[in-house]
Design a protein around this ligand. Structure first.
Ligand code: ADP
Ligand code: MG
Length: 277
């Protein structure tokens, strides 16, 4: 894929892919959910993964992060050329993999600022982080995400609204500076203003960490009004059935998934198009 965002920093056509997924099969509780997923992300690229509910998007995200419930039965996943499937989630994180959850959990009793400090230490390891500098960066990032400073001392996600939880995930993304970030529906449940703020947070990460690859999972097209992906993938029943450019988003927006399924000769088990609401 030679296509770029039109930005100067995505000229990695011949570079080793940052992230490679080959023929990945994943089962959950004995049922095969992913049935051969292939994906290649180069440094700095933004990939959007779209698909109806239940198509396997979160299963992919969880399996890539090493969630024990998601059993990889075959296939390969490499980050910077290194096979990561034998690694535990925290080891994957240290290699630079990051997942923003679709449904973030709360951590009672642990302040958001302290949590982030510990997470940054754990993931970035020996790299020394000056406490003053950390607070400064944290405050700046929170400001950009329009989070009140009080969030730093509140328990992570406890009593946060849907939008606040998503912003807290984007704050983690910004502070952890991963190599590859998987964002599972960062737009779900948000009103349009919150979608815009979260999108700006993602775009800022893209700007400030131009080598970071982004896999943006979304059910709806609207976040893609703010974030311009290099490549768009459509997942159906545990496989990526089509990949292309922005025109794919337009097609999904105007006609839903049915025409793509018809074109590919996939039987449509769901009558009502899900695109938009
Ligand atoms: P999407 O994120 O695209 O909406 P999911 O990956 O969440 O889809 O779900 C795909 C399928 O896998 C669904 O049939 C869902 O019920 C099943 N599945 C996903 N996670 C689990 C789980 N933890 N336990 C049982 N079934 C699961
Ligand atoms: Mg999901």
């Amino acid at each position: 894929m030679t296509q770029t965002n039109g930005t100067a920093h995505t000229e990695h056509t011949d570079a080793t892919p940052l992230f490679e997924v080959d023929d990945l099969h994943v089962s959950v509780e004995g049922r095969e959910i992913l049935r051969g997923v292939n994906l290649r992300v180069r440094p700095g690229e933004i990939h959007a993964l779209m698909g109806r509910n239940g198509s396997g998007k979160s299963t992919l995200a969880n399996a890539l992060m090493g969630h024990p419930k998601y059993l990889v039965t075959s296939g390969r996943v490499r980050l910077d050329g290194e096979d990561i499937l034998g690694l535990k989630p925290d080891e994957r994180a240290r290699l630079g993999l990051f997942l923003a959850f679709q449904n973030p959990i709360s951590i009672p009793g642990v302040g958001t600022g302290n949590f982030l400090r510990a997470a940054v230490k754990a993931v970035r390891g020996t790299e020394s982080i000056n406490a003053v500098q950390f607070r400064k960066e944290l405050n700046e990032r929170m400001q950009r995400l329009q989070m009140d400073p009080s969030f730093a001392t509140r328990a992570l996600n406890e009593g946060f609204s849907g939008g606040e939880k998503k912003r807290a995930e984007m704050l983690q993304l910004a502070m952890l500076k991963p190599r590859l970030a998987i964002l599972d529906e960062p737009d779900s449940g948000l009103d349009i203003d919150a979608v815009r703020i979260v999108s700006e947070g993602i775009n800022l990460v893209h700007e400030q960490q131009p080598e970071t690859g982004l896999l943006l999972i979304t059910h709806y097209q609207r976040i893609l009004n703010y974030i311009k992906p290099d490549t768009v993938h459509v997942m159906v029943k545990g496989r990526i059935v089509e990949s292309g450019g922005a025109e794919l988003v337009q097609e999904l927006e105007s006609a839903g998934y049915a025409p793509i399924l018809r074109r590919l000769g996939i039987e449509d088990e769901e009558e009502a198009p899900v695109s938009g609401r």
